[in-house]
Ligand binder design. Structure first.
Ligand code: GLA
Length: 667
């Protein structure tokens, strides 16, 4: 259960009543009830209405609105309204505006126009949050706090003088003295040695490549600067309402914020997710995001805080979700641990930049709209899933992700700029998704003992502790699959000498002499032990075996005959290594072998295009069966069950229509 105030699967959306005359509110709550909405996020962008002039507050409208929700049994995820400062903040404190790397000031007129290190923003935001918390702490509709909105979405870093000073304080705290900083940043290179703290700047636009560790530390700092704002608000809210859960909405695999660190400071993880309906693999990417959200919360249930009913407004061409897709993707989120399904937004705006972004209540009359019918249907579906509360996923496979590694991997000046974190991760996630193997994400330094299989995509930056953690996982009997360009640098982005990949040579039973980045569009040939051939691209490692066996070798290039994919028995387990990026055909074959060796697999058989996910507790087990295909699909059931959505008993063959879904109670 996400919040004791809503002892059900949460259903609702962002509600922005300040955009509408009060005469519309009554219609809003009537429609909310018709759709089984039980929670709305209120006030996210209402700072200018709540505090029209500095220290002049107007809470009357919000009092009336919350009372109206209360009369109608709808709870509030009350926002702190700090996401978009009113114009007066910039007028009184122009230095609160963010500045880009190139020195451009970002002005008011859109949203999120504040520097994360601005003292004025911080003080004014704290004042507002304190008043909101004080005023509404005992209001019966208060179910959850929604802090700010999508921290860092538009402005994730600022290069102004206040940010520079804040960055220096952060560095002093990290390094203590300048000598340590000079050492960590490798400033002997290009005469970059710092003699005084005030010589240090954020990595502003410079003649050429900025110092990599300076860039890496600035990423760490920028995530922490935003996190500091979140924590400032959270402390105020905690002080007023120690028992009301606090969240801030994440954005999936969002590079600027280290969500492992952030999630640990939230009561509930929540996410905003806008898969592109015109992307045939959108549901796979969506599944990957949902698995991340569940994992960030340590396996606890999370809330899909925002999605769209039909269309967004911010792509070049905003394809709609066809009928049925919104329901299917929402149920996918529930399958993967969400106990709340919400939308941006409740009522489609009449004015402003998002007026063509779909909402639960469309511009046209709801009764004339298929999307409203779908909103009502989903609301009703979710009322049938209360039993899921307390059930969890059952992954025994973990994919490693570490923001430090992501940041370092994608800095400039690498053998190939095309080795990208999320692509590398997706490349390994996708065949697991297709095989319906349940997957968690994990930090490389975290406890891996509950997993049988660990996948380490492009683990370029690795600390000594994390390297040891991965090693001992295999020693203790685990199976590892690691992809190329792993174990290359330490936490300062300094190369680990002694032969690549220094911390993993023994574990993998090999050394790498050098890397061969493949030209754009170029492919190579792979030959397997069994005589089959496949293709590869992007990268080739020059691997020398030191105990590992070659499963596949390169069949062309000056390195033809050298190992491309290897396996090494190590301790009680085994370590596979991918020294290139093979094609999907090979990856399917390899992952089948790796999964079989690790003893991990799908919860049940399913035809291609059908996703099968289990959630269970000690008392109950539910199987989600989701047909992402455009054809009907037949799934063979292992025994008689009941489909909670239709209420029908099922046995034998379950036929799912295109975009059809079933939630089967197994026991
Ligand atoms: C984000 C924001 C919302 C809205 C949507 C539009 O998720 O949080 O306020 O702008 O995008 O897709």
């Amino acid at each position: 259960m996400i919040t004791p105030k809503v002892p059900h699967i949460i259903y609702g959306g962002d509600y922005n009543p300040e955009q509408w005359p009060q005469s519309v509110w009554a219609e809003d709550v009537r429609l909310m009830r018709a759709a089984n909405v039980n929670l709305v996020s209120v006030g996210i962008f209402s700072w200018a209405k709540l505090e029209p002039q500095p220290d002049e507050y107007d809470f009357g409208w919000l009092d009336r609105l919350l009372d109206l929700l209360h009369e109608n049994g709808i709870m509030a995820n009350l926002a702190t309204a700090t996401a978009s400062p009113p114009p007066w903040l910039a007028r009184l404190y122009p230095e609160s505006l963010p500045v880009t790397k190139d020195g451009v000031v970002l002005h008011p007129g859109a949203r999120q126009h504040y520097c994360p290190s601005s003292a004025a923003y911080r003080e004014r935001a704290a004042g507002l949050v304190g008043r909101i918390a004080e005023r509404y702490k005992d209001h019966p509709v208060l179910a959850m706090w929604h802090v700010n909105n999508e921290y860092g979405c538009h402005v994730s870093e600022c290069y102004c003088d206040a940010s520079a000073a804040h960055f220096r304080r952060w560095l002093e705290n990290r390094y203590g003295d300048l000598e340590r900083l000079n050492e960590a940043w490798g400033t002997a290179f290009w005469s970059q040695r710092y003699g005084r703290w005030d010589e240090i700047l954020p990595p502003r636009s410079a003649p050429t490549f900025a110092n990599p560790t300076q860039q890496l530390d600035f990423r760490r700092f920028s995530s922490d600067a935003l996190l500091g704002l979140y924590e400032m608000e959270r402390e105020i809210l905690r002080g007023a309402t120690p028992d009301v859960p606090v969240t801030t909405n994440f954005m999936g695999f969002f590079k600027p914020a280290d969500y492992w660190k952030w999630a640990g400071r939230e009561d509930v993880v929540s996410d905003d997710s806008y898969p592109d309906p015109s992307d045939p693999e959108a549901h796979v990417l969506a599944a990957m995001n949902r698995d991340l959200m569940r994992s960030l919360g340590g396996g606890n249930s999370w809330v899909l805080m925002e999605q769209t009913t039909v269309r967004v407004n911010w792509r070049r061409r905003n394809a709609p979700k066809e009928p049925g897709r919104m329901r299917l993707w929402s149920l996918q989120a529930v399958a993967r641990g969400a106990d709340g399904i919400m939308f941006f937004q409740w009522r489609q705006s009449k004015a402003g930049a998002e007026k063509f972004h779909s909402a639960m209540v469309p511009h046209v009359r709801p009764e004339d709209s298929r999307s409203w019918a779908e909103v009502k249907r989903l609301g009703e579906d979710l009322t049938k899933l209360d039993g899921l509360s307390g059930t969890r996923g059952e992954a025994r496979t973990a994919v490693l992700i570490d923001w430090d590694n992501w940041w370092a991997l994608e800095l400039d000046s690498k053998p190939s700029a095309d080795v990208r974190m999320i692509e590398g991760l997706y490349f390994l996630y996708r065949p697991l998704f297709e095989a319906n193997v349940p997957v968690d994400f994990a930090h490389p330094g975290s406890d891996l003992s509950s997993y049988d299989l660990v996948i380490a995509p492009n683990l370029y930056l690795v600390t000594d502790e994390a390297a040891e953690n991965v090693r001992s996982f295999v020693e203790d009997g685990g199976t590892l699959l690691m992809s190329f360009f792993s174990g290359i640098v330490d936490e300062n982005d300094h190369v680990r000498l002694g032969g690549y990949p220094a911390p993993f040579k023994d574990l993998l039973g090999l050394t790498i002499e050098d890397f061969v980045p493949l030209a754009e569009g170029a492919t190579g040939c792979l030959a397997t032990e069994e005589g089959a051939s496949f293709s590869c691209d992007l990268w080739a490692d020059l691997v020398h075996l030191r105990g590992a066996e070659a499963l596949t070798t390169f069949a062309d290039g000056f390195y033809g005959g050298m190992p491309a994919v290897t396996r090494n028995a190590y301790g009680g387990g085994s370590a596979y290594y991918l020294g290139t990026r093979p094609d999907a055909g090979y990856m399917g074959v390899l992952l089948e072998r790796v999964c079989a060796e690790a003893g991990v697999g799908a919860p049940s058989e399913a035809p291609p295009g059908v996703e099968v996910v289990r959630r269970r507790s000690t008392e109950a087990s539910y199987l989600f069966v989701l047909n992402h295909g455009e054809e009907a699909a037949d799934v063979e059931l292992e025994g008689p069950t009941v489909d909670l959505l239709s209420g029908a008993g099922r046995d034998g063959t379950l036929r799912l229509e295109p975009f059809g879904a079933a939630v089967l109670r197994e026991w």
